[in-house]
Design a protein around this ligand. Structure first.
Ligand SMILES: [Zn+2]
Length: 89
């Protein structure tokens, strides 16, 4: 049997076989380029973005990528606490 390559999920940091993962391209900010004219006056700033490939597990991919389970849990707890506090007022 062929050995399946494994990668670390960039969202939850679990190490999983790539058959359970997806490769996604993410752009990230790599720096700014400042523009000046001949008089040395500032004219413009240009932001550069680069693309990098990441391995993300199916769970994180399906959850939208940006929001982790910790983040979801925090929102739920905050909502419950909010409702509980409002109920006591
Ligand atoms: Zn993951």
């Amino acid at each position: 049997m062929a050995k399946i390559a494994r990668s670390t999920c960039t969202e939850c940091h679990r190490i999983l076989p790539r058959t359970q993962m997806r490769q996604v391209e993410k752009s990230y900010h790599s720096g700014n380029s400042w523009g000046f004219n001949k008089k040395g006056q500032f004219t413009s700033v240009r932001a550069y973005t680069r693309k990098r490939k990441h391995w993300v597990c199916d769970d994180c991919y399906n959850s939208g990528g940006g929001l982790s389970w910790g983040g979801v849990l925090f929102v739920i707890v905050a909502m419950i606490l909010g409702v509980a506090l409002l109920g006591h007022l």
